[in-house]
Design a binder for this molecule. Sequence first.
Ligand SMILES: [Zn+2]
Length: 177
Amino acid sequence: MPSADAARPSRCGACGEPSRVVGEALGLHGHGLRARQLYELLQTAGPSKTLEVVLRRYFCVRCSGITMVGPRGVVPRHLYGLGTILVALWMWSMWPLPAPKVRDALRPWRRSGDACIGRWASLERWARRLPWPNKLELPPGLRPREMARRRVQVALSYAPTGPPDAAAVMAGCVQVA
Ligand SMILES: [Zn+2]
């Protein structure tokens, strides 16, 4: 795990204040560690595994906001890791599989509760609002599955050459901010 100094982000995630300016006091102070769960595919075929990851917290002296820094592939406020989310969007938009089938293939637990039957709302939410890639502009009027496809296409465009499969999606998405 990198030190607080090595992992310090260049800017506050809330207000954008630079974390260090030459000749001035630090703008972002290390503020401890936070452990959280992450659902992530360790292979390209499901199910996901439940992992524990540790995030570093930084406190901004200007706005009192907290910026979290974690391992690559951790998306803030998302239980699933980035690679797994992109594979889910790939299955849903490119195969295309119905949402419950995608969920059943990828989720870390096996049994289906009543609450899980029907739609899997996470897919539409990810398609619309996943904070990745950074500068994706979606034309207005796209359906959620088409938004998902645009995101998957970005991942595939950064993948090494080969078939446009789950491995390519996972390899490509970590190359893009
Ligand atoms: Zn701030």
